[in-house]
Structure formats: C-alpha cells, structure tokens
Design a protein around this ligand. Structure first.
Ligand code: PBG
Length: 334
C-alpha cells in the first residue's frame, strides 16, 4: 500500500461513519448568535396580523413586537430588523413620513429599546415603505434622483439614530449615501451607530412577498428598481460596490438575496475585510415554507441547511424570517 492518499488508504467515509465523527470534523456551525429576526411593525395594540404571502410571519403592533423582542432575546438572537407598514394615508410621493421623528418606526424602536435594552435594533434607510410609488427614493422625471434622495436618507438615518436605532441599514442603492450618512452621524454625536450597507443588493424577483408585507408593491410598475439595484448577471460589480461602501464608512456589508447569490457572498467575503451579512429574503423564505407545507421538504432540515450554507459561504450574520424558529430548534425547544 502506498501513502499516496489513494483508495483504500483514503476512505472519505471514515470521517462520516458515526454522528460523533461528523460532529468532530464539522467546519461550520450555525448558532442563534448568527441570526437576525426581521419584524413587520403596524399601528394598533395587540395586533398579530398574518402576512398571506409569508406563512408564519405576522405584522405586529408595537406592544406585540416588544413581547416578541423579549422572546428573541431569551432565545439568544442578537438583533432585530424592524420594517414599518405605513398607513396609506401617511404616504406621499416624497415619503415625508420617513423623517417624522414620531413615526411608527421611531416609536417602535424606543419601546423595544426601553423594554429589551440588550437586543440590537437594525432599521432600513430607504423611502419605499413611505412613498405612494413604492420606490426607494425621490423622482426627478421618470427615474429616482440620486443626490436629492441621499439628502433625505441622511435625515431619515439621523431620525432613526435619535430614536435609538443601533444599526442604520441603507437599502436604497443610491450612490454616495454611506459617506453622507457617516458624516452626518459623526457630526451629530452618533459615533457608535453602525452602518450596515446593503451594498450588494440585486434587482430581484425574490422580494415579492416583502413588498406585499409592507404594502409597497402596488404602484411599482413593470420597470421595477433596475436603475438602482444591481443586475443579477454581475459579480465583479459586487466587489466594487462593497469596496466603495467600506471606504465611505460602512461597518457591515449586506449581500441580498442569499441563496441564488452564494457565489457573491463568497467573493465579497474573500475580497472585503468587513463582516458580511446575508439576507434570506422573503421569496426564499416563501419557497421553503410552501414546499414544506406541501410535504415536499422537511421544514426544519431545509431551513437549517440553507442557513448553514450562508455561513459556509462566509456570512457572519443572516437576516431570516425563520430566525426565532431556527433558534428554538437549535436549542432543542421546538
Ligand atoms: C426596501 C427593502 C426591500 C427588502 C428589504 N428592504 C425590498 C425592495 O428593495 O424592494 C426585501 C426584503 C425581502 O424580500 O425579504 N428597500
């Protein structure tokens, strides 16, 4: 027998022959520490309103969200991502409710921070929940105007930081917004507020159920968000986007969606020396949920495998609508 490593000196199955052997050599571990739970916030009290397109996900009033935040903290989830569902009567083409310091989101941040101070709060910086047209910025002619939008996003980020948001997460894909937001945060004393840049956000068909959940779908039209979100065909561009945002002051870089873009997650991790966050978006969650509900997949195993794949690709943290559910199964509590 040679020591060349060829069969039978090497039998790969020796490493897999028992649970203890597999556990011993496992390269990647999934833990509640990796998971960020998104919550949809709506006006009212005692509300838990199911989202039809996201089985198991509900829109929560602030009091119900506070309860949920307590549960999430007890499960070891480090942070929540809050998304407001704005009453249509408060929407306009400027999205002006976004910069109202007493808006739904700001009240939710303050209530959760007060009741559960140790859980991190992450909020999108973008105008789409607040605009009648459902786009992330202000229009000039027939397209979203970059620089005018950035000026409003800066105000929105300051209002969120003032309310107690720990991590502002620009998800709008305007150019130059990270630098502008960082400068404003520093000059207003928010030196410890993190910026999670949705630097690598693709114009994706997988956001459909989210737009249904926040009610931003209606007016988008066929054009979609292709003039500002990235083209699905591009990966080199992801590295340029990420590098620019790091240079402008981003603390964390998001790649979104997750599962169809694992190559991009791995490339960003390899090239950019900043923690990478992945978003298992609404369409991914819906696909897995509906397949499981129809008996085609084992729900727990499928979610675990999908999230583990993000970790293997290089993610430091994962946005998933299944965060609390998965944390429970990891703790053997489900
Ligand atoms: C808004 C935003 C979107 C998502 C997160 N923030 C939708 C969009 O850009 O249209 C999608 C999240 C999901 O699909 O789960 N800027």
């Amino acid at each position: 027998m040679t020591s060349s490593g060829a069969f039978p000196a090497t039998r790969m199955r020796r490493l897999r022959a028992a649970s203890w052997r597999r556990r011993l050599v496992r390269e990647t571990v999934l833990s509640p520490d990796d998971l960020i739970q998104p919550l949809f916030i709506i006006e009212g009290t005692g509300v838990r309103q199911p989202v039809a397109s996201l089985p198991g996900v509900a829109r929560l009033s602030i009091d119900t969200a506070v309860e949920t935040a307590r549960e999430a903290a007890a499960l070891g989830i480090p942070a929540l991502a809050l998304f407001p569902v704005i009453d249509p009567s408060l929407k306009n083409d400027q999205g002006s409710e976004a910069t109202n310091p007493k808006n739904l989101l700001c009240r939710a941040i303050a209530a959760i921070k007060k009741a559960v101070p140790d859980i991190g709060i992450i909020c999108d910086v973008a105008l789409d929940p607040y605009t009648t047209h459902g786009h992330d910025g202000l229009f000039d002619g027939d397209d979203v105007a970059n620089d005018a939008t950035v000026a409003v996003l800066v105000k929105q980020a300051l209002v969120l930081a003032e309310a107690g948001c720990d991590v502002v997460a620009p998800s709008d894909m305007m150019d130059g917004r990270i630098g502008a937001i960082r400068t404003a945060l520093e000059s207003h004393g928010f030196t410890n507020t993190m910026i999670l840049s949705y630097a690598v956000k693709y114009a994706s068909a997988f956001y459909g159920p989210f737009r249904d959940a926040v009610g931003s779908k209606g007016a988008l039209g066929a054009k979609g968000k292709h003039t500002y979100q990235m083209d699905a065909a591009n990966a080199d561009e992801a590295l340029r986007e990420a590098a620019l945002d790091v240079a402008e002051g981003a603390d964390l870089i998001m790649v979104k969606p997750g599962m169809p873009y694992l190559d991009v997650v791995a490339a960003v991790k390899a090239h950019i020396n900043v923690p990478v966050v992945v978003y298992q978006v609404s369409g991914e969650y819906a696909m897995l949920s509906l397949a499981a509900a129809n008996g085609l997949l084992d729900r727990t195993a499928a979610f675990h495998e999908a999230l583990l794949a993000f970790k293997r690709a290089g993610a430091s943290a994962i946005f998933t609508y299944a965060a609390m559910e998965v944390a429970r199964t990891l703790a053997g509590k489900a």
